[in-house]
Design a binder for this molecule. Structure first.
Ligand SMILES: [Zn+2]
Length: 386
């Protein structure tokens, strides 16, 4: 399997200068290629691919005003054109929105393939650099990387991401779990365990608002404004890192402990449009958690079942299977009128998600569940591990 190891590193002033110039070149080449593709389509209804944009790059490098493009490694520039090509393919297949222009004030990155770096005896040296990067190798790389991506985050920190091939031993044994995602508790498991929502953003909101207000008062283009912007970026990075760390640990634990994991296939994108809870939902990181569960389950040979989000997991009684019970959002617990079982709302939902997930895992795709027949429109989909 392929995965990426990310490390922090500290560039020398010369390395930082070269990398910053590389980012600038990547941005210019990417944005010009994007403009070329847009124009080709708008004016002549022509599809313009990697080949044409690469020819544009070659021509651009020969122009007297663009000689500086030759001072950096050509690999990240070509990689940027490849990424643009992929972005357009995804756009045409309606998987993503159209590629946006690269901005100067966001995170910057450059990708180096094998011909543009040297990895030897635990040191990493990039093209056109004399010295290896001062990388904080927090863990050992399992093999030499195939690709290396250098990033300068908006908060000014530098990272290098190494793509490597590793072989994960499939895990065996373990239990089965259904997960109900929520806002009060981030997750309620079918075992009855509740995982509190850490609310990373909510906790740090005060600091963020304060820093943003300070930034707004600074004069445009001033040094103090640049400093204030860095502080805002740092505050956001702290939130992002805390959330990421928490979700990594949670997903890893769930995959370690369970052979089958069932979750609702939430349309988080759709829910983000529902303005009222959008900030809380994004802060909880449901989408990120499901993404991590998906690839970690695939790595370790676990079965992840995504239940269609129209499946009435909340309204169904987990004991007798009757469905269509009316519950308001305020009902944290309820008693089934048909069998008299008393349920904790989220625990019951998690148990139903597990039951639906197990049925899918046992029968494969296209299964029809007894509890689902009541609702008519529902179906259960399984996404097999790739
Ligand atoms: Zn019942």
């Amino acid at each position: 399997m392929e995965c990426a190891y990310r490390f922090r590193f500290y560039p020398t002033p010369e390395q930082a200068d070269l990398l910053n110039r590389t980012f600038g070149c990547v941005r210019v080449v990417y944005n010009r290629a994007r403009a070329l593709r847009e124009a080709a389509w708008a004016e002549r209804k022509e599809r313009c691919g990697f080949k044409q944009t690469n020819a544009m790059l070659t021509a651009l490098k020969k122009l007297p005003g663009f000689a500086w493009l030759n001072a950096v490694s050509s690999v990240p520039l070509q990689q940027a054109l490849r990424h643009l090509d992929t972005a357009y393919r995804n756009f045409f297949q309606r998987h993503a929105r159209s590629p946006q222009f690269r901005r100067k004030d966001g995170p910057q990155s450059a990708e180096f393939t094998k011909s543009a770096f040297r990895y030897r005896d635990g040191t990493l040296t990039l093209a056109k650099m004399a010295e290896p990067l001062a990388v904080v190798w927090s863990r050992a790389l399992p093999s030499a990387p195939s690709t290396v991506t250098v990033t300068r985050e908006a908060d000014g920190r530098w990272y290098v991401s190494c793509r490597v091939i590793t072989h994960a031993e499939p895990l065996t044994g373990g239990a089965e779990v259904g997960i109900d995602l929520g806002l009060k508790d981030l997750a309620v498991l079918s075992t009855g365990e509740k995982i509190a929502n850490p609310r990373h953003l909510a906790k740090r909101r005060k600091r963020l608002i304060r820093e943003q207000r300070r930034l707004a008062r600074k004069q445009k283009g001033s040094k103090n404004r640049a400093k204030a912007r860095l502080k805002v970026a740092r505050a956001y990075a702290a939130v992002r890192h805390a959330r990421h760390d928490f979700l990594h640990k949670l997903s890893r634990r769930l995959v370690n402990e369970n052979q089958v994991i069932a979750v609702e296939n939430l349309s988080v994108r759709g829910m983000l449009k529902a303005k009222r809870h959008s900030r809380s939902i994004a802060d909880a990181g449901w989408g990120e958690l499901i993404r991590m569960l998906t690839y970690k389950a695939a790595w370790y040979g676990r079965t992840l079942v995504k239940i269609d989000r129209f499946y009435p997991s909340t309204k169904t009684c987990g004991t007798c299977g009757t469905t269509g019970h009316t519950l308001t959002l305020a009902d944290r617990d309820w008693t089934c009128p048909d069998c008299g079982a008393h349920h904790d709302r989220d625990h019951n939902a998690a148990r139903n998600i597990l039951a639906a997930g197990l049925a899918v895992a046992a029968c494969g795709e296209g299964v029809s569940l007894g509890v689902l027949r009541h609702s008519g429109q529902s179906s259960v989909k399984q996404e097999p591990a790739p």
